[in-house]
Design a protein around this ligand. Structure first.
Ligand code: PMP
Length: 430
């Protein structure tokens, strides 16, 4: 495979873009090598500037549930674009979007559109603080909620990938109000809440974590958080930027059968366009301006192109629940196939999977939190990543990221991925 164009473009990009990329994990810095510059994508495949084709397990970090350039979405965007790309005034489309989401997601009375997952999470904690009159928040080590100052404490995703302990530019004043706990450690959360009695406004969590690889909540953990939040007047925020509309039409709330007070969403709501949203119970969301004084705004919020793209995708998901069954079956098929080749390989590994989220950790212990994800052999993961890429399978370029399946993947693609894993494991441990 030739990467000539990608190498040239990366050189050029570094002259005018920090590190050559507009989001750090894309730089391949932690796995080494040159990032691939993508020219286009269709269905389950990415094509780079050198014309190489890859089976895509990133799916734009989640939203491409039905594959890239999904025709009804492309058509809807084209039809909308001729009516202007932005008005900065309300549209009926925004109401239709809110109504559709409310119909799919439990426990959602009011929802506000924003332009990214970061904005959604940042706004949700402001709402929780405004509603409760308290300042502190609890987040979990290895969970990522975007790059707003409050969340850059023991964060997952790129922050973990680059092993950034403290982020210069984020003041201690802000992060003092961010308390952290190990994911899946309910007792530690209970202790933290007791030590900060009447000071905790919100607990924010990725119910199924995707930013330290895929990590599942142990039985009773999220249920315990729910009880604790009820008892202590704490707002429970589910960050469903990855889980939403992916684990089930109603996301993690539906899949786990637990109600959040506020929920945040990201890119999936725009079918990959820059969108996010936060919403939840009416009595909490009523603090948001212009109803209340918790100010939050956005020129491009509810942007018509983003709305029509997302509305079209979500409508398909809503009217075809079999998609979730198909996605689950494909992921289980992949998981079982990977298990077989990894077992035969004979060295320690863990596969975590729920719905269409899955990840491999080269670990001899269960991976249940950030510490266990970080203790895995992530150097081996880097080698595995490159060996897979060479075999035309594009995995997330970090062990601290979940893989996302899309429904355009065929059995043949999954078989190729399993075979590529078999060959890659042999290559990297020879
Ligand atoms: N929350 C979670 C769970 C995420 O995975 C991400 C990004 N992948 C964000 C928030 C931030 O979203 P964005 O990158 O759109 O700001």
């Amino acid at each position: 495979m030739s990467y000539t164009r990608s190498i040239e473009l990366f050189e050029r990009a570094q002259q005018s873009i920090p590190g050559g990329v507009n989001s750090p994990v894309r730089a391949f810095k932690s796995v080494g090598g040159t990032p691939l510059f993508i020219k286009n994508a269709k269905g389950a495949y990415l094509y780079d500037e050198d014309g190489n084709q890859y089976i895509d397990y990133i799916a734009s970090w989640g939203p491409m549930i039905l594959g890239h350039a999904y025709e009804p979405v492309v058509k809807a965007i084209q039809e909308q674009a001729v009516f202007s790309t932005s008005y900065g005034a309300p549209t009926e489309l925004e109401i239709k979007m809110a109504e559709l989401i409310k119909g799919m997601v439990p426990n959602l009375d009011l929802i506000r559109m924003v332009s990214s997952g970061t904005e959604a999470c940042m706004s949700a904690i402001r709402v929780a603080r405004g509603y409760t009159g308290k300042n502190k928040i609890i987040k979990f080590e290895g969970c990522y909620h975007g790059h707003a100052d409050s969340f850059l404490v023991k964060a997952g995703s790129g922050v973990a990938t680059f092993n950034i302990q403290t982020v210069p530019g984020v003041t201690a004043g802000v992060t003092n109000d961010t308390l952290t706990c190990a994911y899946n450690d309910l007792q530690a959360v209970e202790r933290l809440v007791a030590e900060n009695k009447n000071e905790v406004a919100a607990i924010i969590i990725e119910p199924v974590a995707g930013n330290m690889g895929c990590i599942l909540p142990e039985k009773g953990f999220i249920e315990g958080l729910r009880k604790l939040c009820d008892a202590e007047n704490i707002v429970l925020i589910f960050d469903e930027v990855m889980n939403g509309f992916r684990l089930a039409p109603g996301g993690a709330q539906e899949k786990l059968g637990i109600a959040a007070d506020l929920v945040t969403y990201g890119k999936v709501i725009g079918a990959g366009m820059p969108v996010g949203a936060f919403g939840g119970k009416r009595h909490i969301m009523e603090v948001v301006a212009p109803l209340g004084n918790v100010y939050q705004a956005g020129t491009l919020s509810g942007n018509p192109i983003a709305m029509i793209a997302g509305y079209t995708l979500l409508n398909v998901l809503n009217t075809n629940p079999s998609i979730y069954k198909e996605l689950d079956e494909k992921t289980i098929y992949l998981r079982d196939g990977l298990n077989e080749v990894l077992k035969a390989w004979g060295k320690p590994y863990v596969i975590n999977q729920l719905g269409s989220m899955i990840s491999i950790h080269f670990s001899d212990k269960p991976v249940t939190d950030f510490a266990s994800a970080a203790a895995a052999n992530n150097d081996l993961f880097k080698k595995y990543f490159h060996a897979m890429l060479k075999r035309s399978v594009y995995l997330p370029p970090s062990a601290f990221e979940s893989w996302f399946l899309n429904n355009a993947l065929t059995k043949e693609d999954l078989d190729k991925t399993i075979q590529a894993t078999k060959e890659s494991l042999k290559e990297i441990t020879e």
